[in-house]
Design a protein around this ligand. Structure first.
Ligand code: 0L1
Ligand code: MG
Length: 262
């Protein structure tokens, strides 16, 4: 690690305040170019601890930049991982207020809910599927705190991987009778198709993203608890939205989920 604990805490406070007040900021590596990967995850962890101290519950995790489409869109080559706090969850049918966000985008994802804990090392697709209670369609609403989306991977990790909101819906499906690689997804905005793809866009199999996350957490002595919700990463590139937009995600065999923005 290259940053001391005081710097980590003050960067966590800064980034969380940007999130809560919907203010943007230059990427933090401009001021701290020496920041390394461990520092980046330590800042994310400090943001998580700030939320827990205020009474938030951590309900799960997310994998990001897991598809070639997203990696290409962002100009990076590795997945990243963040956490989901309780208030990130938007109930289907309610509206997301754009005044609470900076410059949000939507992404179609498969959400996994675990029935047993997952702990790396050595997790693989089979371990993940065995620990999965059900999967369901999810729309992730990402909202990077970085001005004009000018960021690098370390700054993104520190910023909890642009986590902001998500909505799940459609049908809960057990994984035993699904091939998650071939599940087709269609994302519509205001009735027009804006992105489409299949589950295999996420690292060849969406469960591979969950396995990577479990293995990363395992290195730190942590596990994914039973009952966690995990967003496995965008199947397509992210799509910008504005007030008045209605977004609908259809996932083959899993129904649809909708969200509107005001
Ligand atoms: O969910 C994700 O794919 C994380 C994206 C991080 C970068 C961005 O804000 O697009
Ligand atoms: Mg995402």
């Amino acid at each position: 690690m290259n940053l001391d604990q005081n710097t980590i805490n003050s960067l966590a406070e800064h980034l969380e305040s940007c999130e809560l007040k919907a203010h943007d900021t230059p990427k933090i590596t401009d001021e701290y170019p020496q920041m390394d990967w461990e520092d980046a995850y330590a800042i994310q962890e400090a943001i998580k601890q700030r939320k827990i101290a205020r009474g938030c519950r951590i309900i799960g995790y997310k994998a990001g930049l897991t598809s070639h489409a997203k990696m290409q869109q962002m100009g990076v080559s590795n997945p990243v991982f963040g956490f989901l706090a309780d208030y990130f969850s938007v109930l289907e049918g309610s509206a997301v207020k754009l005044s609470e966000l900076i410059h949000p985008k939507v992404e179609p994802e498969i959400a996994f809910v675990t029935k047993t804990a997952l702990k790396g090392h050595g997790c693989h697709i089979g371990t993940v599927l065995a620990a999965t209670d059900f999967v369901m369609p999810a729309i992730e609403i990402i909202d990077s705190r970085y001005r004009d989306f000018k960021f690098d991977l370390k700054s993104v990790i520190a910023d909890n991987c642009s986590s902001s909101r998500f909505v799940v819906g459609g049908r809960m499906r057990p994984v035993a009778d699904l091939d998650l690689r071939t599940i087709g997804v269609v994302l519509e905005k205001n009735g027009e198709v804006v992105a489409l793809g299949a589950g295999a866009a996420v690292l060849g199999h969406p469960a591979a993203a969950i396995a990577m996350l479990a293995n990363l957490l395992g290195e730190r002595g942590e596990e994914i608890p039973a009952g966690s919700l995990i967003l496995s990463g965008a199947i397509t590139e992210a799509v910008m939205i504005k007030a008045g937009d209605n977004v609908s995600l259809q996932m083959q065999g899993m129904g649809s989920v909708n969200v509107r923005f005001i």
